[in-house]
Unconditional design. Structure first.
Length: 320
């Protein structure tokens, strides 16, 4: 669904509420925090209160930089909702459509009215109630929010514009994947407000230790059928989900590789798989067979109580 087809209805729903709470997925990234901040500006343009729900205790470096420069009054923990709620409250979910991936998976029980704005492929575990605005052709949630900002004629400060641009840059891997004309227009529109591409690169600066860890994962890559790149992390190392995703993005850049899969431990009892594709091979459909999902070009899953090798072998069996 093209989000602008519902822009008028979306505005009407927001105006019919006193307070709007905005939430992204666990382990916030630049697209989640950027789209949440952008949505909060839209809500305030319509003269309604806006709060971003964040329960994460730790943040990746880019998100931490954004949060540190943003007034703390914009954020609220889900445990403190009662202090901010009024009679008519609305929940807006950005950058995910899965209840279990929300900052707090119990949030949906707190609200009668819900809106979902996302670019990821929905499946049977997706949020069903409320207004569902999912455009899988868009590069990012930040791109969708920028479309709304343009449609509503909202002007942004340079800092918030830069953050939203950062979300687009992150999810397109520097305009390499899932990039179309409207993606470039969104970037142009944000730069017209003073979004700074150099600051985006500052946000995205990597920790050299994390980079070295990712390079070690790449070294052990296995090529299946001359087109699938599969690699696993060290069994003694816990990886962030975004680290697995970055390795998958890197592997996709090599000649002949149409899809990449990275397997690694993300907690004591959970193995994660991050997958990327040029679009010719549907990685989302494949990972649904392993309890996950996503879109044709990017997908992920989490598997509990199994070893890295066992998960890798399951993946290889499906691929072969």
């Amino acid at each position: 669904m093209k989000i602008l087809e519902k822009a008028k209805e979306l505005r009407k729903i927001i105006k019919n509420h006193e307070v709007v709470f905005i939430v992204g997925h666990k382990d916030l990234d630049l697209d989640a925090i950027g789209s949440a901040l952008g949505m909060s500006y839209i809500v305030e343009k319509f003269k309604r209160e806006a709060y971003i729900i964040i329960d994460d205790e730790t943040f990746e470096p880019a998100v931490e930089k954004i949060i540190n420069q943003t007034p703390k009054s914009r954020f609220v923990k889900s445990s403190d909702l009662s202090k901010k709620k009024k009679v008519k409250n609305l929940l807006v979910v950005v950058d995910t459509n899965k209840e279990k991936l929300l900052q707090n998976s119990d949030l949906l029980t707190e609200f009668e009215d819900v809106i979902v704005i996302d670019h990821h492929q929905p499946n049977s575990s997706s949020i069903q109630n409320g207004m569902i605005l999912i455009d899988t052709e868009s590069s990012s949630a930040c791109e969708l929010i920028t479309e709304l900002i343009y449609y509503y004629g909202i002007r942004l400060e340079p800092e918030i514009s830069t953050t939203i641009l950062g979300g687009i840059v992150l999810d397109t891997n520097n305009f390499v994947v899932k990039t179309q004309a409207k993606t470039y227009f969104a970037a142009y529109h944000l730069t017209s407000f003073g979004a700074d591409p150099r600051k985006v690169q500052y946000y995205l600066k990597q920790d050299i230790k994390d980079y070295i860890i990712r390079q070690k994962v790449i070294i052990d890559v296995e090529i299946i059928d001359e087109k699938f790149a599969v690699t696993t992390g060290d069994d003694s190392v816990k990886y962030k989900r975004e680290e697995l995703a970055k390795v998958a993005d890197t592997l996709l850049q090599f000649n002949g590789i149409t899809a990449s899969f990275v397997v690694g431990k993300i907690s004591d009892d959970t193995i994660g798989i991050s997958a990327r594709s040029e679009g010719k091979f549907d990685v989302g459909a494949l990972l649904e067979k392993l309890g996950g999902g996503g879109g044709p070009q990017e997908a992920a899953t989490q598997i509990q109580e199994k070893s890295i090798n066992k998960v890798k072998n399951q993946l290889l069996e499906i691929l072969k």
